[in-house]
Design a protein around this ligand. Structure first.
Ligand SMILES: Cc1cc2nc3c(=O)[nH]c(=O)nc-3n(C[C@H](O)[C@H](O)[C@H](O)COP(=O)(O)O)c2cc1C
Length: 210
């Protein structure tokens, strides 16, 4: 199941001066490629303080110079791991383009106002779903979950404002490194990694061996 990639070269000279602009260039190409179903799907990896990792897919909902934002339940497994150890990685698996982007950094909760503003843009059903699910906890059956959802749907019919669950909200990932990986034939891939220098917005770029 090996594929020989025939793909454009990635050079330091081609790169944007900072990683968010470079991410935007690739994200636009990805978003317009019909072979990539959910371009904003990314694998979030977290770890317990004693170094046990866990990964799952989430959707990127916003990004800018301040970082990459996703929404979840703070009481979930990832929420608990991030509360104890804020270091994480994000991986965008854009296989049809023979590309991946890997971000490492630190996560911080988004402000409540930002969370509320985003929650209001979600469809009514997913607002109710956020209340119905105590994400990552063990449940007896699917029927239990559906019953909870039906109760909520009766309490907050369509058109009625659903309050934001206190345990639900965003994480903003402030990047420390961002690697752009472009696959090529004979395993001679390009890997260019931005590394943040100091606490500001200065970045150096290094080429990694594939
Ligand atoms: C394509 C896709 C998108 C998903 N998006 C989210 C998301 O944005 N937020 C979220 O909490 N879970 C999302 N999930 C579910 C997570 O993968 C995961 O099951 C859930 O967050 C619980 O993870 P945890 O128990 O490791 O904390 C998504 C799953 C898939 C397959």
């Amino acid at each position: 199941m090996r594929e020989q990639y025939r793909t454009p070269r990635l050079t330091v000279a081609d790169l944007a001066p900072e990683p968010i602009e470079q991410f935007t260039r690739w994200f636009k190409e990805t978003a317009t490629n019909p072979a990539i179903h959910e371009p904003n799907a990314m694998v979030v990896s977290t770890a317990t303080p004693d170094g046990r990792p866990s990964s799952r897919t989430v959707l990127l909902k916003h990004y800018d110079e301040a970082g990459f934002v996703f929404y979840t339940n703070y009481g979930s497994r990832k929420g608990g791991e991030l509360a104890a150890n804020p270091y994480l990685s994000l991986l965008f698996p854009w296989h049809p383009l023979a590309r991946q982007v890997i971000v490492t950094g630190r996560a911080a909760r988004t402000g409540r106002d930002e969370t509320v503003a985003y929650f209001r843009t979600r469809p009514h059903g997913s607002q109710l779903g956020a209340w119905a699910s105590h994400q990552s906890s063990v449940i007896g059956s699917r029927e239990e979950l559906l019953a909870r959802y039906e109760e909520l749907a009766a309490r907050y019919p369509e058109g009625e404002q659903v309050p934001v669950p206190p345990e639900w909200g965003g994480f903003r990932v402030v990047p420390e490194t961002v690697e752009f990986w472009q696959g090529h034939e004979n395993r001679l891939h390009d890997r260019l990694r931005y590394v943040r220098e100091g606490a500001g917005d200065d970045w150096r770029v290094e080429r990694l061996s594939p």
